[in-house]
Design a protein around this ligand. Structure first.
Ligand code: SF4
Length: 66
């Protein structure tokens, strides 16, 4: 499973990292640091929760890839 993030629209409120800090790395200013994440097996639910926590709805879960 992959996560894609529209980094340019991140507002830096760190909600994703508050839910799943190991999956969603932030830069020094609290903005998401990566545009794509390979979700490790077993972390799918956590990744989905982090995605749902983003009020900007810029974190997209891609279930079609392994
Ligand atoms: S929750 Fe969304 S807007 Fe907030 S830091 Fe994470 S990606 Fe950016």
């Amino acid at each position: 499973m992959k996560i894609r993030i529209d980094k340019a629209r991140c507002v830096g409120n760190a909600r994703c990292a508050a839910v799943a800090g190991d999956l969603y790395p932030l830069d020094d200013e609290g903005y998401i640091a990566v545009a794509e994440i390979d979700v490790p097996p077993g972390s799918e639910d956590l990744a989905r929760r982090g995605a749902r926590a983003c009020p900007e709805r810029i974190i997209v879960v891609d279930d079609t890839t392994t």
